[in-house]
Design a protein around this ligand. Structure first.
Ligand code: ZN
Length: 332
């Protein structure tokens, strides 16, 4: 049986394919990070090569070798978040070996975990395989959005959508399966935005929470500071974005969530805020900023995120976002 918290639809779709023996040659798993897309891809590869009554059993030699990454017929192309793109060299193995017979299992499975990063050349090379797919080959592309794939690739894949979990469901799993206190479970579940993998990782790794906390401190300092502090912050953020676009994007989403929390408090919905451990500061900001200013500020953050995604001038967008940011006043 395939198992993944909160993703009934993709799980059921794959189980039905397995039960009916009707496989697609290619699948596209899409959705935000940390929902378990790659985990499910590996389980699916196990199921396609496991002989148990309800595959994957997870314990037979084939399942074990796939889990360890040592199965000759299952290849995981995972650049560990360090690559800016996945070029043709990284997929050449797939192209060269796709037409070989399975070596030890029944089905050759190729999983590309950061398929958003495929270059056009690499995607076109994969397309050649997808145009005349061998019967015993399954390709799984794992990415954040179907829009990041070429239409020609997308049309040959069955797309499965993964959605963030309700916050309470994440908190429940943290409490029941990971021994986290109710209070901490709420804090981590809300910070995870329903991306359960992040929340589970954060229960075992304090540095994940600490790193979010540190970035929140910088955001609060920028809001509390004057123009000079804000531009210093914008410069640092621009450099972080240069080094790691993904992390920069995450930080801009922290801004959005902060501003959203302020709006929630201003509208009397303080129980629903994301940043539970920052309630006092949020309440101070909610009292010192005008609702209309917050909305405009959030729009400027969104524009910055869009600039980042379009590869436009991020520094300029950041400067506008800081220049137009409202200054704290105490409302009467
Ligand atoms: Zn097995």
């Amino acid at each position: 049986m395939l198992r993944l918290h909160g993703q009934q639809l993709p799980v059921q779709t794959l189980e039905r394919s397995l039960a009916e023996g009707r496989l697609h040659h290619a699948y596209l798993f899409t959705g935000p990070a940390h929902l378990g897309k790659a985990t499910l891809a590996v389980q699916f590869a196990q199921a396609l090569n496991c002989d148990a009554d309800t595959p994957p059993c997870g314990v037979c030699p084939s399942c074990a070798r796939i889990a360890e990454g040592n199965h000759a017929d299952v290849r995981l192309i995972d650049l560990g978040g360090n690559a800016a793109s996945i070029g043709i060299d990284a997929v050449r193995d797939i192209i060269n070996s796709a037409h070989l017979r399975p070596y030890e299992g029944r089905t050759r499975v190729f999983v590309i975990t950061e398929a958003d990063l495929l270059t056009r050349d690499a995607a076109n090379a994969l397309l050649k395989v997808l145009e005349e797919p061998p019967d015993d080959v399954v390709l799984i592309l794992v990415g954040t959005s179907a829009d990041n794939q070429l239409p020609t690739v997308r049309s040959r894949c069955q797309t499965l959508y993964f959605r963030p979990l309700p916050v309470d469901e994440v908190a429940h799993v943290l409490q029941e399966e990971h021994g986290v206190s109710a209070e901490q479970a709420q804090v981590l579940a809300r910070l995870s935005r329903g991306c359960i993998g992040w929340a589970i990782a954060a229960t075992g790794d304090d540095t994940l929470y600490a790193s979010v906390h540190q970035r929140m401190e910088q955001i609060v300092d920028a809001i509390d500071g004057g123009l000079e502090e804000r531009f210093t912050y914008a410069g640092e953020l621009a450099r972080r974005i240069d080094r790691d676009r993904g992390a920069g994007r995450e930080e801009l989403f922290l801004w959005l969530r902060w501003l959203r929390d302020i709006m929630l408090i201003q509208q009397g919905h303080g129980a629903s805020i994301t940043n539970l451990s920052w309630r006092e500061v949020l309440e101070r900001h909610a009292g010192a900023l005008q609702p209309a200013d917050i909305v405009r500020w959030a729009q400027n953050v969104t524009r910055t995120i869009e600039a980042l995604e379009r590869n436009a001038n991020v520094r300029l967008a950041l400067d506008v976002f800081m220049l137009e940011a409202p200054v704290l006043t105490t409302r009467v």
